[in-house]
Design a protein around this ligand. Sequence first.
Ligand code: NAP
Ligand code: ZN
Length: 346
Amino acid sequence: MIKTKGYAAQTPTTDLAPWNFERREVGPHDVQLKILFCGVCHSDLHQIKNDWFDGIFPMVPGHEIVGKVVKVGGHVKKFKVDDLAAVGCMVDSCQVCVNCKAGLEQYCLEGNTQTYNSEDRSGVPTYGGYSDTIVVREEFVLRVPSSLPLAATAPLLCAGITTYSPLRHWKVGKGHKLAVLGLGGLGHMGVKFGVAFGAEVTVLSTSPSKEKPAKALGAHHFVVTTDKAQVKAARGSFDFILDTVSAEHDMDLYLSLLKTDGTIMCVGAPPDPYSIRPFSLIGARKSIGGSGIGGIPETQQMLDFCAKHNIVSDIEIIGIKDITKAYERMLKGDVRYRFVIDMATL
Ligand code: NAP
Ligand code: ZN
């Protein structure tokens, strides 16, 4: 077994603290990474707080992982020692169902194995990227183009692919009016991709102070959602809304901002169910859809797209000791736009 240093929550009510554990030895199809950086996703906070379901504790969060390959199994073809590599939200899936065959491993009919807070196929808990090393089967390891700055690439593995995938699925681009709801880790990537795909992008935000920064990201317009006059002026104006909000919010209000035939693409995962009035949908043939991360081929495609178009995340690098403070600041929307942990501080 491989001795591993990490940071874990021992229970849903305790702060993260150092915790040592073991990972499996590198098997013939496995790649071992030394983790260099790991992004801090709002899903990490949801999960250590048991917001969604009872988690597996101790829990080592982290699913925006970049690092260097330190060991490969005998059958590994795609990677060699010293390569840069990355791991996102999944580390395994059945590989044979119709969704896996289509490169949609996130929708594996047997359920994919999440990078942490999950059990692998032999029933062993998985532990995430707030740690010094990880062992993952080759199929779930991504290549990192060498032109990308490493720390700012980490958030692409979740915030990046989670916004890239629905925008591609719904073919958002030139001629579309796209609104990005919530300007956090996911939202700011949604703005960058929306602009790169040619859409006219509006940020819908509860934070008036984010107007200038939103425009600096490339957004064309900014609407403060707590300002009634601004919201009224935006009624019926968007083809798509990419909803990245992490907490309860008024879906009927946001549906009213869509054009006829408009769609809300939900990627945010608030703990409580949405409440939606049927007339908000049937009044103008509107739709609500959801999207989870992205499959492995599309994640690689997204990383390559980012390398080609010079897209990375806007980040603030922290030491692992500051993780609890970082969660508090993330909850207040006080980060532009993603914390990334420098794993050398572990
Ligand atoms: P984040 O950085 O905290 O950003 C969330 C943003 O939502 C905030 O910056 C804020 O933006 C807005 N917001 C927060 N509370 C709000 C409220 N009560 N009403 C309206 N707006 C509010 O979080 P994140 O890391 O981007 O994650 C966002 C959500 O996506 C989380 O629920 C996360 O679990 C989920 N997620 C889903 C997937 C997936 O596969 N679908 C993948 C990753 C994450 P403003 O200040 O601009 O209003
Ligand atoms: Zn995430």
